[in-house]
Design a protein around this ligand. Structure first.
Ligand SMILES: [Cu+2]
Length: 144
């Protein structure tokens, strides 16, 4: 998969602007990034964002990390027997041209055990060892 993406990027460069019918910007794009401030006494926060894949191939997010938190997990809130539960998402696939939305009550990032009290949070999304996307956000309102 890694090889395929390289080839795709090379093709775009060779074909120059206009000829590449996919997308001119970066292959993986974040929008609407929100990181909640931890509630008092709670060693965790939540992260929300949209991730769009324009890479020309499907991508698999296998790991999220942050220098500002000890651990970051991808979660999904599901309702079972009228009870909302959170389930970990081990691998998140985003097909080419697709957008995955992390939002309240749905998929979200769980940021656990902050390292200090940073004002800006950086989130790194990996496919195995490959860094797909790095975003920074300032805290917003506490988690609800
Ligand atoms: Cu969660």
């Amino acid at each position: 998969m890694r090889l395929m993406r390289r080839r795709f990027i090379m093709f775009c460069i060779l074909a120059a602007t206009g000829a590449c019918n996919s997308h001119d910007g970066p292959p993986v794009v974040a929008a609407n990034v929100v990181v909640t401030a931890p509630a008092p006494g709670m060693p965790m926060a939540a992260g929300y964002l949209d991730i769009s894949n324009h890479s020309g191939t499907s991508i698999h997010i296998t790991r999220v990390s942050s220098p500002d938190y000890e651990a970051v997990e991808m979660h999904e809130t599901v309702v079972e027997d009228d009870v909302a539960r959170m389930r970990a998402i081990p691998v998140l696939e985003i097909e080419d041209g697709g957008t995955v939305v992390f939002e309240r009550g749905g998929k979200h990032l769980m940021l656990m055990r902050p390292a200090g009290t940073p004002e800006t949070i950086t989130l790194n999304f990996y496919s195995d060892e490959e860094l797909l996307l790095s975003v920074s956000a300032e805290f917003t309102a506490p988690m609800d």
